[in-house]
Design a protein around this ligand. Structure first.
Ligand code: GDP
Length: 464
């Protein structure tokens, strides 16, 4: 069927392309965001929509795309993004959400494009490759550890733990430990597990800044010494002590984990989308929003031209040309609220640019839903109208919800001295859990996504 046809076209064009392969441009698109931000759903929907053009009215490159197909990726040792399995999940008879990103993966999508306009007919078609690189935002935040010593990082990490209720249990465990005592693995493990449990709890409560990233998403390194340490208070660190060993492991983490990731994946990216569950943070409350604010400038800081090169003494790092910050899951709110969500994202990006002293890549902010799971409904409610969203819950029931409201002025949530209410989205937001809607386009129902085409236009439209 369709797929076989696409593969066939792919094979055909691989043969055609052998001679011109050297001249085929490659766009490396990084897709990141913290866990559950929506990376897997975004990539799956983006690829499905690009393969099947027509649902992307706002995606209008200057060339005509004559074919789009998947091809083997260039990097043989990087796991492939499991597009088919993820697509199968959301297009199943009972659609379900795909498994989330746990580590780096990659997918190559290739386009045959023909120039349009007067000269179009005279020029031949050419091939452009889009290499999509999916990686956890948690790993990106590790860059901030690179220029810190164990003592500096510990001081900051302990500070954060004291500010957060989730840190109490770990701090109690730490208080009972003696960092200057001889290193014994069981004690090291207890501290590391306590610290990891705290980071996970903090993430679950909506906090963004939870390094080291591999403690949350360990990949194949789970249980290794490089992930078995914790921050310690300043103090004596005699040879052979727990403190000395943790410092050594911290340095190994930077050298063996952070550095290779940035060298092998990050340093080669041309375009980047950072997905943000801004609605989730706003719902979680002011502390989570403040944390998100700080995290966004940390993330943007990683893209400061030359920063990674300097920190890792790498030569030849690409310049990232465009960075899109997108609030995901916009289908949880009525479109009358979308402008407000976008305004909040824009304010966050402006703030991040200022804080990170960022000049370089073109940045943009938007709100989107990669896979729209709801339709809208307006109801009369005692003389006033109420804007609802309706969808199928994870339990399989059709239901309409009132997600609450976002403030008109982003400053009400974003300024440190908040004048406005302390909680937004306090309607049904807490209990809204939608199952994915089938990825089909029935006439009159609108596109199966919200602004995914605009995101694609900003990220790659000019390169095709
Ligand atoms: P990842 O950890 O960044 O890969 O996040 P996923 O892509 O797995 O998304 C996490 C969860 O967010 C999904 O399981 C869905 O519940 C939800 N989600 C992601 N994208 C959308 C969207 O466009 N609409 C809705 N309603 N939910 C979404």
């Amino acid at each position: 069927g369709d797929m076989a046809d696409r593969i066939f076209r792919g094979v055909e064009s691989v043969q055609e392309g052998v001679n011109e392969a050297l001249f085929e441009p490659v766009i490396r698109l990084g897709v990141t965001g913290l866990s559950r931000a929506g990376k897997t759903v975004f990539i799956t929907s983006l690829v499905a929509n690009l393969l099947d053009r027509g649902r992307m009215p706002q995606f209008s490159p200057a060339t005509a795309i004559t074919a789009a197909y998947l091809q083997p990726q260039p990097d043989d040792t990087v796991p492939r993004f499991d597009y088919e399995a993820h697509l199968a999940a959301i297009t199943a008879r009972e659609p379900h959400w795909p498994d989330s990103t746990r580590a780096v993966s990659e997918l190559r999508l290739s386009f045959r494009v023909r120039p349009t306009g007067l000269l179009g007919a005279l020029r031949s078609t050419r091939t452009v490759h889009l290499d999509i690189v999916d990686y956890p935002g948690e790993w990106l935040l590790d860059l901030g550890m690179m220029d810190k010593s164990f003592a500096e990082w510990s001081a900051e990490a302990l500070d954060a733990a004291r500010r957060r209720a989730e840190g109490a249990a770990f701090l109690a465990t730490l208080a009972g430990a003696d960092p200057a005592a001889k290193h014994e693995e069981p004690a090291a493990k207890t501290l590391a597990q306590g610290f990891t449990a705290y980071l996970q709890a903090a993430r679950a409560s909506g906090y963004s800044d939870c390094t080291p990233g591999r403690f949350l998403l360990p990949g194949e390194m789970e249980g290794s010494p490089v992930l078995t340490f914790a921050p310690l208070p300043e103090g004596r660190a005699p040879r052979g002590s727990l403190a000395r060993e943790f410092e050594r492991r911290f340095d190994a983490y930077k050298r063996e984990v952070v550095r290779p990731f940035f060298r092998d994946h990050f340093a080669r990216i041309d375009r980047q989308v950072v997905l943000v569950d801004a609605l989730g943070a706003i719902h979680a409350g002011p502390k989570a929003v403040e944390d998100l604010r700080r995290t966004m400038s940390d993330i943007l800081g990683a893209f400061r031209p030359g920063r990674v090169g300097r920190l890792l003494s790498l030569l030849g790092q690409h310049k990232v040309e465009r960075i899109l910050f997108a609030a995901t899951k916009a289908d949880h709110i009525h479109h009358s609220q979308h402008g407000r969500l976008t305004a909040i994202m824009e304010a966050l990006v402006r703030d991040a640019r200022d804080r990170a002293d960022f000049a370089g890549a073109k940045t943009s902010a938007m709100s989107l839903a990669a896979l729209r799971a709801t339709v809208e409904e307006t109801r009369d409610h005692g003389g006033a109208t109420l804007d609802l969203v309706r969808g199928t819950t994870l339990e399989g029931k059709r239901a309409a919800f009132y997600p609450g409201e976002l403030p008109e002025d982003p400053a009400h949530i974003l300024s440190p001295a908040r004048k406005g209410a302390e909680s937004w989205l306090d309607g049904d937001y807490e209990v809204m859990r939608f199952a994915p809607a089938p990825l089909t386009l029935r006439p009159g129902e609108g596109p199966p996504h919200i602004r995914l085409d605009r995101a694609a236009e900003f990220l790659i439209g000019d390169k095709l």
